[in-house]
Design a protein. Structure first.
Length: 567
């Protein structure tokens, strides 16, 4: 595709709402290096990314010193917006409803003239500093002055805690409100311009797939290929500062042509219920939705189509053991905030999806997993934002059921797999339900994958490991990764007796989990450490005996592995 031709491109037609999804590449012409390009920080120093985690930042004073040194030396403080940032402003000034969703923390979109309330900073901002322990917030420039005066890693002036900029590190959860606002923008726009991003960082990257599923077109402006090139309407490899102004002119020209007197309706326009929605209406899924909407009207519910769809998907995903659970989980739907209407909607869904058993003992909604048509409805309509809101209202039992349904769909649909991973990353509190669904639901692989992504980026409670029976392998390496993260946490508390005891217990657990997965040599190393730690405890309790058991098991496993290798 040559974006420089005078012919208006099809993807530019009918556009009234645009999301500019920007990454580090849009700021390189302002003198700020990217991360994954040829001269990017992660490319030149691969080990740096692995250490650039929130957990390491909190644990290592030396890392905090280098963190603040790099902040003080960042070229972003002297950077000016470039032609790419200014092109985004020009798009809005031309009357196109424009929202920026950015992975950058440099603030250059706002400095170029995009209003702050039209910018969703997924990874936060470097211009504000906050304390990790209290509510202290200040301009980062105030902290840089302290660094210039000789403080290497300035503590919080209120509580003495650790300071960091309000930007998201690996292992930190994105702000749920910011993510929800961004997802609302990409699910209600006509066009997403993905600019200067590899789309490799999740869950942000998969927003492009979310937008396309909702009916938007996608144009990717990036030097290198991305995982989402296959669903893009156009791929532009030209330099961003050259390409983005041309793309903006294309959209402006198409808009002007469509506003001209006598101009026909815009061909190919697609909004929140655009091309993808029309395609769905022509399918079996669309026919099912139409029938359900008619049924709701006949019951006098007076709900908009989107609210009907949301209620149906909620019932299909969650089920409900009783009326109370049904009414509670429907509370996430804005149109059903009124209690009487919500009760009528819950009763309508009971008739639409009656429980298999009859009588008072029957569940309120059908507890069976959705059939193939029901699963297709879920796939067509579900988004991360929808799930995030729904799971704020659901019970633990409904969480397990919903995750089981999503895991079944994710086995054959990569897009659902990405949504599932996003959901668990945004709501780490769902991890016990995810474990339960993986152990009992029959579709463990997608859940194990999502949990492994989560544990690499977030601190999970030690109690979660207790919910996974030893010897189970359906969760893959997740129990090992969780145990390793707990060992790491206790190592930083090992100066106290409780910390040493916690470390001993988690080393014992790690040894068993490694043995479960056949990693006998590593299990032996963990068990030996556990034995050493147990011997040093002032009040070991049963730790010495348990450590000896773990050591015996690891030695037996290693001996068995050696015999197998010899045979």
């Amino acid at each position: 595709m040559n974006s420089r031709t005078s012919t208006i491109q099809d993807w530019a037609r009918g556009v009234t709402r645009v999301v500019v999804f920007s990454g580090a590449g849009i700021s390189t012409d302002s003198g700020i290096p990217d991360f994954r390009g040829p001269q990017g920080a992660w490319t030149l120093n691969p080990g740096l990314q692995a250490r650039h985690t929130y957990r390491a930042f909190l644990a290592e004073p030396g890392l905090r010193v280098s963190y603040w040194q790099s902040r003080a030396e960042s070229p972003a403080w002297d950077a000016e917006p470039n032609a790419g940032h200014l092109a985004v402003v020009a798009l809005a000034e031309a009357g196109i409803d424009t929202v920026v969703v950015t992975q950058n923390t440099d603030g250059l979109h706002q400095r170029a003239g995009t209003p702050a309330d039209r910018v969703f900073e997924l990874h936060g901002t470097m211009h504000v500093t906050q304390c990790v322990s209290c509510d202290y917030r200040a301009p980062t420039t105030d902290i840089l002055k302290r660094i210039a005066q000789g403080e290497e890693a300035p503590p919080c002036p209120v509580c003495g805690g650790i300071l960091k900029t309000a930007s998201t590190m690996f292992g930190q959860t994105m702000n749920p409100g910011t993510f929800a606002g961004a997802e609302d923008a990409v699910t209600s726009c006509d066009l997403v311009l993905a600019v200067g991003t590899t789309l490799m960082v999740e869950p942000a990257g998969s927003m492009c797939a979310t937008a396309v599923r909702a009916g938007a077109r996608l144009v990717i402006i990036n030097r290198d290929p991305t995982p989402y090139d296959g669903i893009a309407s156009a791929l532009i490899r030209d330099p961003i500062a050259d390409a983005l102004p041309v793309v903006v002119e294309q959209i402006k020209a198409a808009s002007a042509a469509e506003r001209a007197p006598g101009a026909p309706g815009a061909p190919g326009a697609a909004g929140a219920s655009g091309t993808a929605g029309r395609a769905a209406e022509d399918s079996a899924v669309g026919a099912e939705l139409a029938a359900l909407r008619n049924s709701a009207r006949e019951r006098g519910l007076g709900l908009p189509a989107q609210a009907v769809d949301a209620a149906v998907v909620t019932a299909l995903l969650c089920g409900a053991a009783d009326e109370s659970a049904a009414l509670e989980v429907l509370g996430h739907i804005e149109a059903l905030k009124e209690a009487g209407l919500r009760s009528r909607a819950a009763a309508w869904l009971r008739d639409a999806y009656p429980p298999e058993a009859a009588g008072d003992a029957a569940p309120y909604w059908d507890q069976r997993l959705p059939d193939a048509r029901g699963e297709e409805l879920i796939v067509a309509l579900v988004t991360s934002r929808f799930l995030l809101k729904m799971h704020m209202e659901s019970t633990h039992e409904q969480d397990v059921r919903s995750l089981t349904v999503l895991a079944r769909a994710a086995q054959t649909r990569p897009a659902v797999n990405a949504v599932l991973t996003e959901l668990i990353s945004l709501l780490p509190g769902l991890s016990p339900a995810a474990v339960g669904a993986a152990l009992t639901g029959g579709y463990p692989e997608p859940l194990a994958e999502a949990l492994m992504t989560l544990v690499k980026n977030a601190a999970l409670p030690a109690e979660l490991l207790d919910e996974i029976p030893r010897g189970t392998t359906v969760l893959g390496d997740f129990p090992v990764l969780l145990a390793e993260s707990l060992v790491s946490a206790y190592e930083h508390r090992a100066q106290t007796e409780n910390g040493r005891k916690g470390l001993t217990k988690t080393l014992i657990e790690l040894a068993h989990r490694l043995a479960d997965t056949g990693r006998a040599s590593e299990a032996l190393g963990a068990a030996r450490r556990a034995v050493t730690q147990a011997a040093q405890l002032a009040d070991p309790g049963d730790c010495v005996e348990r450590a000896a058991t773990a050591l015996s098991r690891a030695e037996t496993a290693l001996g068995g592995a050696g015999n197998t290798a010899q045979n």
